[in-house]
Ligand binder design. Structure first.
Ligand code: APR
Ligand code: PHB
Length: 389
């Protein structure tokens, strides 16, 4: 087989890149290791920056998002059981956030790919990039046991943190930066009406988050021990713990119900540099992981795709390779800003096992300063809504 761009990975990054390239007349083939059913059962974050909303609309997958998504002028923060402030992105940046689940986005992307006749090969095993430093790279993989090869001009590594692409960059070329957090997030999905707003809670017993997917689908999280087991958290225990971490007037509004999904995710900050090697370009989780506290993971995948699709379009449609050459440096500027914001919010809102009373006073001071300084709030909102692409 031959195509212009082989995209390894059929998650949000890979499917969105394929969709945007197709719109611009640039053919690609997506190789996804899992089945479509498996990819679509993944539960992930669900808050979009305004730049992401606009780019998804341009990509032709904004219709259901605009119909089912929920706009938020701001995100609440409560702490010490009583205080409350709002990251009012609408007031300080003029832009709202959009609550719309990644699962829905992936469904919309698969549907758009199908409607445009895009090529997504699922259950493709052992995809392996070759010849990245040549002008004629190619990717091999196995489908139903048969060895296949796709010759191409470029390879996009959109295969997530555990994929093959980043690992194909020589160890003496790749640099990675990592911080692993000493706790996890226990997440629950329930078919109950969510709170009106997305609200973070900082509490002596740990962090909590109230979010949503649609008017009858709520998403909640509580900070938990790294070694916690889902089996130790029956629904009643989860709901009781969640409500303890919110002030009573908010906790009383939480509508509980049976969980339809319950899982524990570890938290890490990870950035790999560079995000390109010869004719292979990394986009999304293959290059970086952020703790979910700032909901930046999906938004970074989208901005990487904005930069990479612009670069490939300039190359094919404008005979200009400059954006390909600057892709890594450009994408990393935004990646590091989101990595820093996600680290900051995680550090500000969680309880760490080794925290001293001094550390707790610093956390409380930061929250008080944020709640009482327009400059502090404007600064945080500028980063929370996402820096301009
Ligand atoms: N070959 C083919 N596909 C692969 C391989 C491989 N060797 N390894 C992984 N994959 C697939 C995975 O099955 C997955 O569907 O690549 C896809 C990567 O998708 P994601 O992990 O969702 O990463 P990305 O598309 O960058 O989206 C980032 O997803 O994980 C969340 O929090 C993250 O919201 C962020 C978003
Ligand atoms: C979610 O809805 O899953 C969500 C919302 C906000 C976050 C993280 C996750 O900061």
């Amino acid at each position: 087989m031959k195509t212009k761009v082989v995209i390894i990975g059929g998650g949000p990054a890979g499917l969105l890149l394929s969709q945007v390239l197709d719109q611009r007349g640039i053919e690609s083939i997506v190789l996804e290791r899992k089945s479509r059913e498996y990819v679509l059962q993944r539960i992930r974050a669900g808050v979009l920056e305004w730049g992401s909303v606009e780019f998804l609309r341009e990509a032709g997958i904004g219709e259901r998002m605009d119909r089912e998504g929920h706009l938020h002028d701001g995100t609440g923060i409560v702490w010490s059981g009583k205080n409350h402030c709002v990251l009012d992105t609408k007031k300080y940046t003029g832009k709202p956030m959009m609550a719309y689940g990644q699962t829905a986005i992936t469904e919309d992307l698969y549907a758009a790919r199908e409607a445009m006749g895009g090529t997504v090969i699922d259950e493709a095993d052992d995809a392996t990039p070759h010849g990245m430093l040549t002008d004629s790279p190619y990717v091999t993989f196995r489908k139903n046991g048969d060895e296949q090869r796709i010759d191409c001009d470029f390879i996009a590594g959109c295969d997530g943190f555990h994929g093959i692409s980043r690992k194909s960059i020589p160890a003496d070329v790749l640099r990675s930066f990592e911080r692993v957090y000493p706790f996890g997030w226990l997440g629950v999905m329930s078919e109950t009406p969510p709170l009106d707003d997305i609200i973070y809670a900082s509490h002596p017993r740990g962090f909590a988050l109230a979010s949503q997917r649609n008017p009858m689908l709520s998403r909640y999280y509580i900070q938990c021990e790294l070694d916690a087991n889902v089996e130790d958290w029956p629904d009643d225990r989860f709901w009781d713990e969640l409500k303890i971490r919110y002030p009573k007037e908010i906790a009383d509004k939480i509508v509980t119900g049976p969980s339809i999904e319950k899982s524990i995710a570890p938290l890490r900050s990870f950035v790999a540099e560079p995000m390109s090697h010869g004719r292979m370009f990394l986009a999304g989780d293959s290059a970086h992981i952020v703790p979910p506290t700032g909901a930046k993971g999906l938004n970074l995948a989208i901005s990487d795709v904005f930069y990479l699709s612009r670069a490939l379009t300039a190359f094919y449609n404008g005979n200009d390779a400059s954006y390909l050459e600057s892709y890594s440096a450009t994408a990393l500027k935004r990646v590091w800003n989101a990595a820093r914001l996600s680290w900051y919010l995680t550090t500000l809102l969680h309880r760490f096992p080794d925290q001293t009373d001094f550390d707790l006073k610093i956390q409380e001071n930061d929250l008080e300063y944020l709640a009482n300084s327009e400059n502090a709030m404007r600064n945080l909102c500028e980063q929370y809504i996402g820096l301009p692409f």
